[in-house]
Design a protein around this ligand. Structure first.
Ligand code: NI
Length: 175
């Protein structure tokens, strides 16, 4: 089922997200719906608060649907380590549609998470996957990529969004 994607400045994107204590059918359904929603929006990642659910659940598919093996369904992720040269690249977000800005992030990330069968998994990511995972985990902490811009850049982006809202051009799902 395709869910509505909440967009900045919706407060749900800033709320505290609770860890999942039991991986039950409702969590699996949430993950299924998040996959449908991400695919429909042609995204490479999605976090539960973006569909209005304040739980520590994310999905990432850096192939954007091209490679079935690339989809990661992630519960209660924790960053164990960030390292490497800063990777400086353009980033976007389905909750900040149509805005793309350069964000520097560590190029390597080690993430621990729970799989749906309850087993613990550790992934060592680099490059675009490391970026995507950090971006989605940021969402679980109420952080958007625009928060990582310089103050002046962030104000420029917010001003542009306000203007786009006023003319009805700020539409979720346009990536
Ligand atoms: Ni995002």
């Amino acid at each position: 089922m395709i869910l509505d994607i909440k967009t900045f400045p919706d407060e749900v994107l800033r709320k505290k997200n609770e860890p999942v204590s039991v991986v039950d059918d409702s969590v699996k359904k949430l993950l299924d719906d998040m996959v449908d929603t991400m695919r429909s929006a042609k995204g490479v990642g999605l976090a539960a608060p973006q569909v209005g659910v304040n739980k520590r659940v994310i999905i990432v598919d850096i192939s954007a649907g091209e490679d079935p093996d690339s989809l990661m369904r992630i519960i209660n992720p924790e960053i164990l380590e960030l390292s490497g040269e800063p990777d400086v690249n353009e980033e976007g977000c389905l909750s900040v549609p149509g805005e793309y800005e350069v964000v520097a992030r560590p190029s390597k990330a080690v993430i621990k998470y729970l799989k749906e069968n309850g087993s613990e998994e550790i992934v060592k990511a680099d490059g675009f996957l490391a970026r995507a995972l950090q971006h989605e985990i940021d969402h679980l902490n109420g952080v958007l990529f625009i928060d990582r811009l310089s103050m002046s850049k962030r104000e420029t982006v917010k001003k542009r969004i306000r203007k786009r809202i006023s003319i009805g051009d700020y539409v979720a799902g346009r990536g």
